[in-house]
Write a protein of this length. Structure first.
Ligand SMILES: [Zn+2]
Length: 201
């Protein structure tokens, strides 16, 4: 199974009226063809990876790669190559990546907005995911909401993997007594990145 690599597709061919075949010396029998190479990943064309060319005589069928061509044919190759564009579909993967980037950007922005709203008006049951002083990760759970502060229970456990922190959110992991944190302090810790996510059911 080939997951990535390069392929080539035919872009353009042109008959070179004024050129002579180096093999059979007939004039006007040389066809120059340009192929566009592209890198693919999981069969999706990703980005162009250069142009290659061949010439072939329609009379004697003698074919030449660029490096084998006499100088006059090399010049013709360069000229034709410069005039041919890569087809758009050779850029499919890059286009998809750009779209994914835009979608991710929108998602992150929306999530950030939601987190800020949750922190500004906390509810009982909200879970704050935060970074500990030893660069581990743990959670706090809101058990009471006051006018300018919240009461939270601390999680007994922490993890080294940020992506795993949600697995710590179990009722039995939380320990009393509750501690009080002002809403202002919550905002500050979010802005500093100490609290990095708010989960609400
Ligand atoms: Zn020929």
């Amino acid at each position: 199974m080939i997951i990535y690599g390069t392929r080539a597709t035919h872009l353009e061919s042109k008959n070179l009226i004024g050129e002579t075949c180096p093999q059979c010396h007939k004039q006007g029998t040389i066809n120059m063809s340009i192929f566009g190479r592209y890198a693919h990943l999981f069969w999706i064309p990703f980005f162009p990876a250069g142009k290659i060319g061949f010439s072939q005589c329609t009379h004697c069928l003698h074919a030449l790669e660029v490096k084998e061509m006499p100088d006059n044919l090399k010049r013709q190759f360069q000229r034709l190559k410069a005039s041919v564009q890569y087809p758009r579909w050779h850029f499919t993967g890059l286009g998809l990546l750009a779209l994914a980037g835009v979608a991710l950007g929108i998602f992150l922005k929306e999530e950030n907005k939601a987190n800020q709203e949750y922190l500004a008006s906390p509810q009982v049951g909200d879970v704050y995911e935060y970074k500990t002083n030893t660069d581990h990760y743990s959670t706090l759970k809101v058990v009471e909401v006051k006018d300018k502060s919240v009461l939270v229970l601390e999680n007994l456990y922490e993890t080294e993997a940020r992506g795993q922190v949600h697995t710590l959110n179990k009722e039995a992991n939380y320990t009393k007594p509750a501690i009080e944190i002002s809403k202002q302090e919550l905002q500050k810790q979010y802005e500093e990145g100490k609290i990095f996510d708010v989960e609400r059911d």
